[in-house]
Write a protein that binds this ligand. Sequence first.
Ligand code: ATP
Length: 869
Amino acid sequence: MQITNAHARPAHSCLTDLDSHDTGLTDAEAAARLERHGPNRLPQTRARGPLLRFAAQFHNVLIYVLLAATAVTAALQHWVDTGVILAVVLANAIIGFIQEGKAEAAMAAIRTMLAPRAAVLRDGQRKTVEGAALVPGDIVLLEAGDKVPADLRVLHARGLAAQEAILTGESVPVEKGSTPVAQDAPLGDRRSMLWSGTLVTQGTARGLVVATGPDTEIGRIGGLLAGVEQLTTPLVAQMDHFARWLSLLIVLAAGLLLLWGSVVGGQPFAELFMSVVAIAVAAIPEGLPAVMTITLAIGVQAMARRNAIVRRLPAIEAIGSVSVICTDKTGTLTRNEMLVAAVETPHGSFSVTGEGYSPQGSITPTGDLTRIAAAAALCNDAALLEKAGGWTVEGDPMEGALLAFAGKVSQNLGAPRLDAIPFDSRHRFMATLTQGAGGPVTHVKGAPERVLGMCAGLDQTDWQQRADRMARRGLRVLALAERAEAGAQIDARTLDGSLTFLGLVGLIDPPRPEAIAAVAECRAAGIAVKMITGDHAGTAAAIAAQIGLARPDRVLTGADLDKLDDAQLAREVANVDVFARTSPEDKLRLVTALQANGLSVAMTGDGVNDAPALKRADAGIAMGLKGSEAAKEAADLVLADDNFASIAAAVREGRTVYDNLRKVISWTLPTNAGEALVIVVALMAGMALPVTAVQILWVNLITAITLGLALAFEPTEAGTMTRPPRRRDAPVLSGALVWYVLFVGFLFVVAIFGMFSYALSRGYPLALAQTMAMNTLVVLEIFNLFFVRNMHGTSLTWQALRGTRVVWGVVIAVTAAQCAVTYVPVLQGVLGTQAVPFTDGLLIVGVGVAFFAIVEIEKQIRLGLRARR
Ligand code: ATP
C-alpha cells in the first residue's frame, strides 16, 4: 500500500487509498501492517565498530610515550622492560575500551527511555501507542507541543501550525490545513502535510499516516541522526583539557631531564631513560578522564533509577548546584488524580462522592444537574476506560474527572461534535460545538474569572466570591456555560457576554505525600522551593500550605507580575513562594529575575510555551508523562513520573556525582604527584631509585584500575542534603586542592624515602629496600583513598571505616596483587622484588596509618577554621 502526492489530493481520497476509515484502523489491521512495513523508527547510525573503538584507545599522549619507550628499550635489548611496557600499553587500552563501552551502553539505555508516544484512533477509540507502532493508514491526534510522529496528511485542523526547521531550516512556524496544494509545491509549502520530527506549535489536528520510519522525509535525508551526545560536562571537559596540557608539560619536562642527566650529569643513558619514562608514566593522570566519564555514566544511571532522565549531560552538574526550584503544581506537587467533589449552580450547592474515575457515586441533595453534566461531558477530550483494576483516563485527568461526574448524573449525554476551540493556557478556556437534540449547542469550560466574564445576566461579584471560597478549600475550580447556536462553527469573537452560566465545579487533587517530604528535604539543603501554577491564587495558596512551602500566604498572580518592572520583580521574587494564574511568559521572567539575584534556578514545565523558560533555566525539567514533546526537547532533565520527589532525588544524585568527580580528582592528582616526585628527587640527588621504573609502571597500572575507579561508585555522603548548595562559579582546581596535592605529594616522598633509607640502614639488599618502598607507596595510596572518601566530614566514624563493598573489593584485589609480586618467585624475577619480612610488612602498614592520621588532623583543623569563619 503506497500513496504518492498525498499533499495534492483531497483528504478523503488519501483515506480510501490507504484503506483506512474515519474511525482509524482496527488493532488487528494495524498489527498486520506493522509486520509488513516494519516499525516506525529511523535507521540507527552504526556506532563505531569495536575494532575502531579499540584502536582509538591508543590515541593518547601516554601511549605514545610508552610506545616510543618500547622502541628504545628494544633497541637496547632490555627485553623484560619492553615486555612490561607493552603489557601496560595493552592493559590500558583494554581497560579504556571496556569502560567506554559501559558508559556508552548507559547512555543508549537512557535514550530508549525517552521513546516518543502518539495518540491514535483505533476502532474509533482514542489510544496512546508507542511512536514505533504507527503504520500507514493510522489516524493520529495531535495538539500543540506534540512532535509529529510520522509523515501525515492533515485530515482536519484547527488553528494548526508546525515548526519545520529540522527539515526546511525555516524557524517561523508554518500554518497547516487540510486543503490540497499544488503537486509541484516544495516541501516547505505543502501545507496539507505534517512531517515526522517537526513540532506542532499551536492548534489541534487529526492526521493520516502516509509514511513511516525510513520512508518519511526526515528518514530519507537521514536527519536527526547526528545528535549523538558526548559523555561530558563542563567540569569533565575542563579536567580533560587540563590533563592534556599537563601530560604535554610532563613529557617536555621528562625530555629535558633526560637531556640534562645524560649530557650534564653524564649518567648512563639506558638507566636514565627508564627512570624518565617512569616519571612520565607516574605523573601523567592518564586514567582521570576515563574515570570521570565512568563517574558521570554511573550518575546518569542512578538518576534514571530515581526517575530523572538526563537529556543533556551538563545538567548533572547544574542540578546538583541549584539554589531554587520553581515547580508546577498539578501532577508534580499533587497527584493529578482528580475527583469532582462540589458543584454549585444557580439552583443550589451539591456534594459529590465516588471513587477514582468510576462514573458511579452519589450526589446530594438530589437536583437536576443534566445541563451542567452535559457541558462537562461534551466540552471534553478525554475518555474513560474500564480495565481490570478499575477506571482509567485516556487524556487529561481533570477532564476524566468531569466525565466521571457526568456519568454519575446520566449515562447518555453523548452528541456528535461539530467544532471546537482547544484549551490554551493563555486564554484558559475550552469550547465545543455539538449537535444536540434541539439544535447545535456551544459548551464552554474554563477558569471562573474567564468564563464568568463571558456570561450574561448574573451577579458577577457574588459568583466570583463563591469561586474564591471553593478555591480556598484547595479545590480546583472550573466554570461551565452554554449557548444555543444556529451555524456549525464557533466564532470565538462572539462568545463574550452571550453565554448562559451553568455553574461551578470544584475538583480535589490531593498533594503527594512524598512531595511534602521532598520539599522539606530541599529546604534543609538550602534550596528554596517556589510554586508557579496556572491555577487560581486561592487553590495555589491552600496546596502550598499543605505541601509545606515557606510562605504559602503571599501569592503573586500573573496580573500582579505584569505591574512590576524587571528590577522590582527581581526584588520581590525572593520573598514570594507562590505564583498563580501565571502564563509561560511569566515563567521566563521569573527565571530571569531569580538569576538576577545570583540564584541557580531549576524550572519545571510541560507546555509548548514553556520551552523558553526551560532553556533559560540553569536546569530545565520537563514532565515525562503529561509534558509535551516541545517541553521535553527544551529540557535538560525529564521526569519519568512527573513527581517533585524525583527532582529532590536528582539534586541529591547531582551533588553526589559532583562530589565523586572531585574525589576522583583529589585522589588521582596527589597520587601522581607523589609517585613522580619520588623519582625526580632521587634523580636530582643522584641516589639509587627507591622504586624502580618497572615497579612504578606496575603500581600505576594496578592501582589505576582498582583504587582509582572505586571513587566513581561512592554512595551519597551523609549530610549531602543538609549542606547549602555549592557556588556555580567555584573553580575545581581550587587553592585547597593545589595545597592538598602538594601536601600529600610531600608526605609520600618523606614516607617512601624514609622506608627506603631505613631498609638500607638495616643492611638489606637494594632489591628488598625497593620492594619495601614500592609497597609503602601502594599502602599510602590505599589510605589516601579512605581519606578522600569523606571530604566533608570526619573519616573516623564506624560508617566511614566500614567502607563499601567496592572499596573493600579493590583494597583486597590490590593487596593480593602486591603480595603476589612480592612473594611469588616468577613475578619477583620480572619486577626485581624480594620477599619482605613480616615485621617490616607491619611497619609499612604502620606508616600508612601515620599518614592517615596526619592528613585527617590537617583536615579537622581546616574544617574547624572554616566553621569558625
Ligand atoms: P500547573 O502549572 O501547576 O500545572 P495548571 O495545570 O493548573 O497548573 P493550566 O493547565 O495552565 O495550569 O491551567 C490553568 C487554568 O485553566 C486552570 O486552573 C483551569 O481553570 C483552566 N483549565 C485547565 N485545563 C483546562 C481544560 N482542559 N479546559 C478548560 N479549562 C482548563
